[in-house]
Design a protein around this ligand. Structure first.
Ligand code: AMP
Ligand code: ZN
Length: 284
């Protein structure tokens, strides 16, 4: 199946409505007037660039957000790529400058955390910060959803890592749209490439000549994820898909589970599962 068709089907599955007057994934026109604005989290990589390209092509109302983590030359190159992508696609770009907003670049902030919590991996810390920033900025920009470029490989790796670490529950709500959380301060996240393999996206982004940085982040040194990725890459794509399917089945069985309780962080006011959010716990 073509990459575009897979993404259309995913959007249909998560019932993402198109702006008024634009044909929906099924081909019918949205006449109810519901207009969803989607913020694409653009990293400069091929996955989020492909997400932006397709959602724009399908007629969605989108804007982009680049979080400038100030990881030296790498962040500069990514910013250039994102600016060019948005110019080519005609998308409004917002840039969040971490030095201006949080007082320092990601490497400095992260080493501060690791001085206290040495075990925490680079990507885990960066991931918590990025999620926090994305939700806050998306709310400020009054968008209805956030779209990220997570793909089939990313998701299968995460699920398998959770199983291997003895925390399969963490994957129960994995899927192309955030589940179990409903709160006015929480902006739902969607993953239009959830069922698309990384190598297909690479090929697609090259065919479409998207403005993209293909190098990995120099701080992505999570050896465990690299090990799991290597293992999964020895298996056929079908097996990766099955890992995700398992969790979807488990989720359906647990559907009656009550919605996760949302509190507001006592420090920053952001939605959180506990009285202090993950970001503030790290930064304390
Ligand atoms: P990663 O966590 O680097 O695997 O990235 C997963 C997804 O998060 C990407 O496809 C983007 O949608 C988003 N993302 C990652 N880094 C950034 C960034 N610096 N700015 C905005 N979005 C990002
Ligand atoms: Zn907080």
């Amino acid at each position: 199946m073509k990459l575009e068709t897979k993404v259309r089907q995913t959007l249909k599955k998560i019932k993402l409505s198109t702006p008024k007057g634009v044909p929906s994934v099924r081909g019918d026109i949205n006449t109810k007037g519901k207009k969803e604005k989607i913020l694409i989290a653009l990293s400069g990589g091929k996955d989020s660039a492909t997400t932006a390209y397709l959602l724009k092509k399908f007629g969605y109302d989108i804007e982009g957000l680049y979080i400038d983590l100030k990881i030296g030359k790498y962040s500069e190159k990514c910013l250039e790529a994102v600016k060019k992508l948005c110019k080519n696609l005609g998308i409004k770009l917002h840039v969040y400058d971490i030095e201006k907003e949080r007082g320092a670049g990601m490497c400095y902030l992260r080493s501060g955390v690791q001085e206290k919590k040495a075990k925490l991996r680079n990507c885990a810390i960066c991931g918590v910060l990025k999620k926090w920033i994305l939700n806050r900025e998306a709310r400020k920009l009054k968008v209805n959803k956030i779209a990220t470029g997570h793909n089939l490989d990313d998701e299968a790796q995460t699920c398998l890592m959770n199983v291997l670490k003895g925390s399969p529950k963490l994957s129960f709500s994995s899927g192309p749209v955030t589940k179990n959380i409903s709160d006015r301060k929480f902006i739902p996240r969607i993953k239009p490439l959830f069922y698309v393999a990384e190598k297909e996206i690479r090929k697609f982004s090259k065919q479409k000549k998207l403005s993209v940085v293909y190098n990995k982040c120099p701080c992505a040194l999570d050896s465990y994820r690299i090990q799991v990725r290597k293992f999964l890459n020895t298996l056929p794509e079908k097996d990766k898909r099955n890992i995700l399917k398992n969790f979807e089945k488990i989720f359906v069985k647990n559907k009656k589970r009550r919605k996760d309780k949302v509190e507001y962080c006592e420090i920053c006011g952001e939605p959180s599962r506990n009285n202090i959010c993950k970001m503030c716990k790290l930064m304390r």
